[in-house]
Design a protein around this ligand. Structure first.
Ligand SMILES: NC(=O)c1ccc[n+]([C@@H]2O[C@H](COP(=O)([O-])OP(=O)(O)OC[C@H]3O[C@@H](n4cnc5c(N)ncnc54)[C@H](OP(=O)(O)O)[C@@H]3O)[C@@H](O)[C@H]2O)c1
Length: 337
């Protein structure tokens, strides 16, 4: 069979498109992140010895970040409200790594108590002399219908997720501008970019974070040594659903269903570290079908609206039936890494 040069080029192009499509279907982060995973700087090279402050370090993504960072040899400041849990995490970090007692500072902190943040930052600086990276990870989610939700819940979501994060960032940033170097990495969410039914207040607080840090990044262009990053994970295994706000403050979630269908916490944390090592400004981290949503919302909003309405309706129906709101989307557990 005779093949002209043009046919070979067409076949090559087709093969390339098919390979990229398969890669995208199997992907668990955006294209920039995938590039960094394959060819970028390794966290092992870039993060060793850094002083990293993690909020929300007592559980979920923050806890896993602490473990992986300690193995890399980063020195840590661990913060959240529950000191006993932070001590537990510190103990595990010490046993997993060659860090010494003084390399990990347990610094209990409530994001709601903004008046305490200046003193907390001073304590951290007194201990380590500087802060290289602040990971704003602490936060809470929401599972309730807007029409049934007290405004107090909306206030609390904004106070913890948005204002608490802004307050701590404002206290840490001057130490970074003084040195001309540092990074602020904020764990937002897919809900920071797209609408999520049952999480109107949570999505609003994460959208607020996106707006704040996108604007701050541009204000900081005179400081090229300072990186402002946001992380947008899709569903990840953690205590987030168990700890979510409901219709009223103080009313607990009745059933936090099995989380096995979500991305393993270890994979999410690893991708965040790769993003940090490569100073990526916005990280989209999710398995399909969530990953494609990021792209649809960015590039084809009309189609995204139609799909969001369809899946969102199902989510609300599940919720009203007393089921796990997410269960409609999943059938089998994700493999662990
Ligand atoms: N898991 C997901 O599917 C997912 C997806 C997208 C984004 N995220 C984001 O990832 C971050 C971490 O959540 P996670 O999934 O790891 O949930 P998690 O297991 O519930 O962890 C939340 C952490 O935030 C801390 N926290 C809660 N309220 C706080 C307060 N007032 N002050 C200080 N710390 C507080 C908690 O510690 P204490 O109780 O000890 O204070 C805990 O360490 C959150 O910002 C969340 O919005 C999660």
């Amino acid at each position: 069979m005779d093949l002209s040069v043009t046919s070979v080029l067409y076949l090559g192009a087709l093969l390339y498109v098919v390979v990229q499509l398969v890669r995208f279907i199997r992907a668990d982060s955006d294209f920039t992140m995938l590039w960094a995973v394959a060819f970028g700087y390794k966290p092992e090279k870039r993060l060793r010895g850094k002083v990293v402050w993690i909020t929300g370090a007592s559980s979920g993504i923050g806890e896993e970040l602490a473990y992986q960072l300690s193995r890399l040899g980063a020195r840590l400041i661990l913060s959240s409200r529950r000191e006993d849990e932070l001590e537990r995490v510190k103990g595990c970090c010490l046993s997993y790594s060659s860090l010494q007692e003084e390399d990990i500072l347990v610094l209990p902190l409530d994001l709601l108590e903004r008046a305490s943040h200046e003193a907390k930052v001073k304590t951290a600086i007194a201990h380590f002399g500087n802060i290289d990276i602040l990971i704003n990870n602490g936060g809470r989610s929401q599972r309730s219908l807007c029409l049934e939700t007290s405004v107090d819940v909306y206030q609390a979501l904004m106070d913890i997720n948005f204002l608490g994060t802004v307050s701590l960032t404002q206290q840490v940033l001057p130490y970074m501008t003084q040195r001309g170097t540092g990074a602020v990495v904020t764990v937002s969410s897919v809900a920071g970019l797209v609408g999520v039914p049952l999480s109107t207040g949570y999505a609003a607080s994460k959208h607020a974070l996106q707006g704040f840090f996108n604007s701050l990044r541009t204000e900081m262009t005179d400081y090229p040594g300072i990186t402002i990053s946001t992380v947008c994970p899709g569903p990840v295994q953690s205590q987030i659903v168990h700890n979510a706000f409901t219709e009223q403050l103080g009313r607990p979630m009745l059933a936090a269903a099995d989380q096995q269908h979500k991305m393993p916490t270890s994979r999410c944390a690893r991708l965040i570290l790769v993003g940090m090592a490569n100073q990526i400004k916005e990280m989209w981290i999710a398995h399909q079908p969530f990953l494609i949503f990021f792209y649809l919302w960015q590039y084809t909003p009309t189609l995204a609206w139609a799909l969001t309405d369809m899946l969102g309706r199902r989510r609300v129906q599940n919720f009203k039936a007393g089921l796990d709101a997410d269960s409609a989307y999943f059938s089998k557990p994700k493999k662990t890494y």
